[in-house]
Design a protein around this ligand. Structure first.
Ligand code: PFF
Length: 385
């Protein structure tokens, strides 16, 4: 194969793969899932699954890509025969669906940077914050504008290609993400009243554990390390054949777990310190946390940092969900990369429009009793992956 781009360095590859793994799953989903599933006990089960099971699948995906030097569809065809390419296809298709709602939530994160800066969220009253959040996401225009801005950033990174686009962006953004995260953890654990949260987060309460906890932990683990969508296959396909995969994979998985643990350390003690409830579900980030920031000294500053962190994490992950599709059209159909990037991103954005509107204007429109947003989520996470 001549002309196929490769990573410029091992560090670049690791940052890109870690950038994929570290996303909304770590910072938005992990803390509230831990909060709902008994704190420290969930954390231990999660780590056991990641290291005992997830790591092996990451290594397998990267090796498949490296061996075939192709996108997921081409890689499965080459290594398994024609019928297997359907598996790759399923991954590419899931990517379209996941991106459509990932981009909507990422748009909310961008919007909240501005809301934090403008003082719109400067209240500790949860009902007001809930009203702000629900009012915003159910509007027809603004959330779509933010989703479009986010999508434009994704296009910018992807159209630069592997080395000058994905690798370069991750080499800057991932270290920045770590710095911001550590800053926020230091702020959170030194708040008065944080110890109760630390105890809840770190001391296992086994009475909360049942079979559902394990299912939750497996789902969280697979989503968090970007499995099942061909992302790690595709990123592996830009490695040279002499690259050592297991050690890079281990680094990526450890970085991903570290960010998830730190995200819990930043959020849970702060929520306890403000006297709020850590099992508030998905609203934890957009309703509970603004109240926490409003209650802390220099809260607006830390709030801006937090939503910036979340946006960066979402950007590097969204890029990686799209890359398998881009690679598919470039490898298999020999279409110019830039054209593919624009086309694929336009389709994903178009799928995101009903996802966003289904939270407001189109709320009455249901398929199998689910809104479009929930339908896409259920289809992708519970079936296709
Ligand atoms: N791992 C990302 C997260 O934790 O948010 C989400 C993700 C990215 C899933 C890429 C799948 C994927 F292929």
């Amino acid at each position: 194969m001549t002309g196929r781009e490769q990573w410029g360095s091992r560090f670049g590859f690791i940052m890109a793969a870690a950038g994929s793994a570290v996303g909304l799953g770590n910072i938005w989903r992990f803390p509230y899932t831990t909060g709902e599933n008994g704190g420290g006990a969930f954390l231990l089960i999660y780590l056991a699954i990641i290291l005992g099971f997830g790591l092996a699948v990451v290594i397998a995906e990267m090796l498949i890509g490296r061996a075939a030097q192709k996108n997921p569809v081409g890689a499965f065809r080459e290594l398994g025969g024609k019928g297997w390419s359907a598996v790759g296809f399923m991954g590419v298709l899931t990517g379209f669906i996941i991106t459509s709602f990932y981009v909507v939530v990422a748009g909310w994160c961008l919007a909240y940077i501005g809301f934090m800066a403008s003082g719109k969220l400067a209240t500790t009253d949860a009902a007001t914050l809930q009203g702000t959040f629900e009012g915003f996401i159910s509007a027809s225009g603004a959330p779509l504008v933010y989703a479009a801005v986010f999508m434009a950033l994704v296009v910018l990174v992807l159209s630069g290609g592997i080395g000058k686009g994905i690798e370069r962006a991750n080499k800057v953004l991932m270290p920045l993400l770590f710095v911001l995260l550590i800053l926020l953890v230091l702020r959170a654990v030194t708040l008065p009243g944080a110890e109760a949260g630390l105890r809840f987060y770190l001391i296992p309460d086994w009475s909360q554990v049942n079979l559902g906890t394990f299912r939750e932990a497996v789902a969280q683990a697979f989503f968090s390390i970007s499995l099942g969508m061909g992302t790690m296959i595709t990123y592996g396909s830009y490695l040279s054949l002499k690259e050592n995969v297991p050690s890079s994979a281990l680094t990526v998985v450890l970085l991903d777990s570290a960010v998830a643990i730190l995200a819990g350390l930043m959020i849970i003690p702060a929520v306890f310190a403000a006297g709020l409830n850590p099992s508030a579900g998905p609203g934890l980030t957009f309703i509970t946390l603004p109240a926490v920031f409003a209650a802390m000294p220099a809260g607006a500053f830390f709030g801006i940092v937090f939503f910036l962190l979340l946006s960066i994490a979402a950007l590097t992950s969204a890029v990686s969900i799209l890359e398998p599709m881009i690679a598919y059209f470039v490898d298999e159909h020999r279409i110019n990369r830039r054209k593919v990037v624009f086309g694929v991103c336009a389709v994903c954005f178009a799928l995101g429009v009903p996802a966003s509107l289904s939270l407001g204007m189109m709320a009455g429109f249901k398929i199998f009793g689910l809104s479009w947003f929930d339908l896409m989520d259920t289809l992708a996470n519970n079936f296709m992956l």
